[in-house]
Design a protein around this ligand. Sequence first.
Ligand code: AMP
Length: 204
Amino acid sequence: MEGSIVLFGPPGAGKGTQAGRISELTGKPQVSTGDMLREAVSRGTDLGHEAKSFMEAGLLVPDSIIIGLISERLKNDDAAEGVLFDGFPRTIPQAEALAEIVSVEAVISIEVPDDSIVERIVGRRMDPETGEIYHIRFKPPPEEVSMRVVQRKDDTEETVRSRLAAYHEQTAPLAEWYSTKGLLIRIDGNGSIDEVGNSIASKL
Ligand code: AMP
């Protein structure tokens, strides 16, 4: 498939978990604005300082910052044949800016109801050595890894509620926006990791 693919869905839908597999399948590099921002925060760059308070409050980082970050990232050679966006765009202005710079071929919307999101996010853990994402119940880390897994600072119940509110107000309207363009592919995000992965693969 030519062009870029967007992975769309609420926080905790499994975008990051599925991204690795789709990236392998399509050969397109994963571009996660959340990962890029977390890296900037941990490196203490100007961008990191600007973004940190929004992220910790569960609010979206301003569009101008995100669009600047993406424009820079897309100058890399590896983006020439399209990328896999994970967690971007999250607002209509971001999607409009994106449409000016790349062609989006498909938007995969991973759909999960609100009431399962809190449990999915609060139990989420990451292996800082490999970046692999686990869940204390749904995908427990192997014993040798379980000692070193970490929880994202914004994966607390309180912050999840703000992130969900931001999703419904600012991001969810994008589904309609992409749907009218004929690009939206709806996927039921409620199955196992493999089931959801297979159903995405069958649509690409
Ligand atoms: P994520 O890892 O995608 O859940 O993103 C973590 C946090 O980074 C979000 O709650 C936002 O504060 C910020 N963020 C990531 N991507 C974007 C984006 N495209 N637009 C605005 N804020 C973002």
